[in-house]
Design a protein around this ligand. Sequence first.
Ligand code: AMP
Ligand code: MN
Ligand code: MN
Ligand code: MN
Length: 282
Amino acid sequence: MLNIDLHCHSTVSDGVLTPAQLVERAHRRGVRVLALTDHDDVAGLEEASHAAAEKNITFINGVEISVTWRGRTIHILGLNVDPEYKPLFNGLQAIRDGRTQRAHTIAAELEKIGIRNSFEGAFAHVGERGLIGRTHFARFLIEKGYAKDMKTVFKKYLVKGKPGYAHHEWAQLSEVIDWITGSGGKAVIAHPARYNLGKNVLLDLLDEFCTLGGAGIEVVSASHTQEQVDIFANHARARALLVSCGSDFHGPGESFYDLGQLPDLPGGCIPVWHDWKLSFPL
Ligand code: AMP
Ligand code: MN
Ligand code: MN
Ligand code: MN
């Protein structure tokens, strides 16, 4: 079976390994095709691509873009994007600027319940790019003993209805799909089961996504149970959407799946890599 992983994070966003360390780990785990998909940034792609070339790994330029759709946050993966394509490049910069503003709001919310200096505390976990997200707040809160692990800290502080949550308007679905496809890439809905959309809203999202030129859905993901894998495979088959697989690896001990060695894609689906030129037979 092809060892392919099309979703993971480095220190450019909220992962704990640098792009080169991530590639090294992927290599050790037998990954043959790897996409780096940092949140809202393409700055790690060059380093990862060089490291992958040395290890004979086929590297795919990727990104995971934050979108607000009907008031909810959803994540859209861009695979095989051109990181220099201006609308994409500029669009991502605007999203990152918004992240910094949101982080100040999160810190102000946490201050209200007596948790002080969390912006600085979270920022100490941020990488060279300065991209800040809830994961960095989570690491700070765990370090200070407010929660024992990632799962608990999100549940207690960082999700809707909890004291450290801040609503944020990300990019629009239509523009994000345009940035990705305009740059030559494929837009893929990341971990669709994570959004708890309900049947009708999910069907609306899939309709709109297809109409706007979306290409695929991530069917195999650490966020999905086997039952959810089967449900989303059915949605993909019904609409001839491509299917993708990714670990969503953020770091050793923080992620449910490690890099690569993911469960097989269900049969009868068209993999997002079906027309990619790989240097070895599939
Ligand atoms: P942000 O884009 O800054 O809102 O942060 C979203 C990131 O937080 C995701 O990509 C995950 O890395 C992490 N995350 C979100 N929800 C959870 C959760 N329930 N448990 C652990 N990590 C989570
Ligand atoms: Mn993340
Ligand atoms: Mn995501
Ligand atoms: Mn992710």
